[in-house]
Ligand binder design. Structure first.
Ligand SMILES: Nc1ncnc2c1ncn2[C@@H]1O[C@H](COP(=O)(O)OP(=O)(O)OP(=O)(O)O)[C@@H](O)[C@H]1O
Ligand SMILES: [Mg+2]
Length: 496
């Protein structure tokens, strides 16, 4: 009686449990028990299913694959089956069920059926799938970033890293090694702001240069736990080599502009001085000439005075002419022979040029004039001539050749040197802005020529407006010849 009471209580407990599905079947698979939980989970009422073959709750593919019959066989052998199976709800939705199956025995211990207890883990499985997907997505995102990123623990061990980090540092073996080891240190890097600053979000990015000369800026961001303590640190290494280089070039360019504006101020000053020299000079010359007329016997003493004064007059004239020309941006009729002669004359201020460079000039005296802005040509041609002189800096024989000639369509200006020549691999780059093989000003040794690499690109830009072409012939160790070809178009003489 007592036992019967307990059995009845247990049975009603099983039947009424709504969280867990409990299904019993006999040896022929016919359903003998279908509790409230099974009703709720699978959508069938007990009346609908009692006595039916249980197979309809399983998935076709799991029945076919023999998984369900294997489960039964195991239970028949006395084992308990525990595992995930699919079950079909009345409305067709597939549920993921964590199923425990044991055998049911009669009083003599003979197996008379099976008891299955199922827990719905569909949501959990779906959540797990979502988490997995999100994780994969995050990793893909992480890997798509070209900057080196890794996550480290507060004690500096690398926990995670992206592909860029693996390929930069040489593979997955960096995981769980200390991050300072990547830079060859045996304790935290001296420039690392440290955990405290990172936690407080006050870590300033720092920069370092690797062995290959690449410059990285390192940013560190904290990952904090709910209680505010440091869980991990994300390190991002941004390659700033190019940006740095550009910054340096820009600085150099600024310096050059400052230098040029200083020069132009000096030029203005000089032309002012030149102008003021003119009056006393005319007076000196006039008096010397008068004196000579009255005292021809003093010719020996007076001639050199007059001669030198004439020299000064010529210099002053050239100076005022050039400054005036450089400052006008208006197009005018230009005699390129005259312009070249002026530039070459001014270069004589450089004593090396005056005394150490052999010069061969050949000007085509019937060169047609060009319609253009004076400084476009003076700047461009001076750069080509300066490049030629720079190239001969170390040459034993320094010979500069400047030649002009023309045919029916074009004017040609040729500048040749006996300098170092241009290596084949350098040649395609010489017109690129900022391309230079010379040290920057301030980094040169002695009087070694310096450069910013803007000369030829500016030439190309300035002369491009006149449809000019610049060609180069060079032989390593022997010298280089630049030829500028300028078309004498019919519109050359019209103001555009
Ligand atoms: N006559 C030449 N002989 C040998 N190399 C030359 C010659 N002319 C130009 N080059 C090469 O071309 C490069 C670019 O010349 P470019 O005039 O543009 O710049 P730079 O002379 O180096 O600097 P900048 O003109 O701005 O002072 C030079 O650095 C040099 O390597
Ligand atoms: Mg140059």
């Amino acid at each position: 009686m007592e036992l019967k009471g307990i059995e009845a209580t247990l049975r009603s407990l099983l039947e009424s449990s709504t969280e867990t599905s409990i299904i019993a079947v006999d040896l022929d698979q016919r359903i003998t028990l279908w509790n409230k939980g099974a009703e709720r989970l699978l959508g069938y009422s007990a009346e609908e299913v009692l006595g039916r073959d249980v197979s309809f709750i399983y998935l076709e593919e799991e029945l076919r694959s023999g998984r369900i019959s294997e489960m039964r066989d195991r239970v028949l052998r006395g084992e308990t089956f525990r595992g995930e199976v699919g079950q079909l709800r009345k409305d067709g939705k597939v549920l993921r069920i964590y199923l425990t199956v044991t055998s049911l025995k009669d009083e003599d211990g003979r197996i008379v059926g099976f008891l299955g207890i199922g827990q719905d883990i569909t949501e959990r499985a779906e959540l797990q799938e979502k988490i997995l997907h999100a994780k994969r997505e995050l990793q893909a995102m992480f890997d798509a970033i070209p900057d080196v990123i890794f996550m480290r623990s507060p004690d500096f061990k690398i926990i995670r890293a992206n592909n860029a980090a693996f390929s930069y540092f040489g593979g997955r073996k960096i995981l769980w090694t200390p991050c300072y080891g990547l830079r060859g240190f045996s304790s935290p890097c001296p420039d690392c702001p440290g955990n405290e600053a990172v936690s407080a979000k006050k870590a300033e990015p720092f920069e370092f240069q690797d062995r290959k000369g690449k410059i990285f800026r390192v940013y560190q961001y904290p990952v904090l736990r709910a209680d505010g303590s440091l869980y991990a640190v994300i390190s991002l290494m941004q390659d700033v080599t190019e940006a740095k280089l550009l910054q340096e070039k820009q600085r150099e360019l600024e310096l050059r502009l400052i230098q040029e504006s200083k020069l132009s101020a000096v030029g203005m000053l000089a032309s002012g001085i030149a102008h003021n020299i003119n009056n006393p000079l005319t007076s000196i010359m006039g008096r010397a000439q008068l004196l000579l007329m009255d005292h021809p016997e003093l010719e020996e003493d007076l001639s050199p005075i007059i001669h030198q004064a004439k020299q000064i007059e010529a210099i002053v004239h050239n100076l005022t002419y050039k400054t005036r020309q450089e400052q006008t941006k208006k197009k005018q009729r230009l005699d390129l022979n005259h312009l070249l002669k002026q530039e070459l004359e001014f270069l004589k201020a450089d004593l090396d040029f005056k005394h150490k460079v052999e010069k061969e000039y050949d000007f085509d005296e019937s060169l047609p004039p060009i319609w253009g802005v004076y400084s476009d040509f003076s700047q461009s041609l001076l750069n080509i001539i300066r490049n030629a002189l720079d190239a001969m800096y170390k040459s034993e024989r320094k010979k500069l050749t400047v030649r002009t000639y023309h045919d029916e369509e074009n004017i040609y200006i040729e500048v040749g040197d006996t300098g170092c020549g241009i290596p084949e691999e350098v040649l395609p780059h010489i017109f690129e802005p900022f391309f230079t093989t010379k040290p920057l000003a301030g980094e040169a040794h002695g009087d070694e020529p310096t450069g910013t690499g803007l000369g030829l690109s500016t030439c190309k830009q300035l002369l491009g407006g006149y449809r000019a072409e610049i060609s180069v012939k060079s032989k390593l160790g022997e010298g280089t010849t630049f030829t500028v070809k300028i078309p004498i178009g019919p519109n050359q003489y019209e103001e555009s």
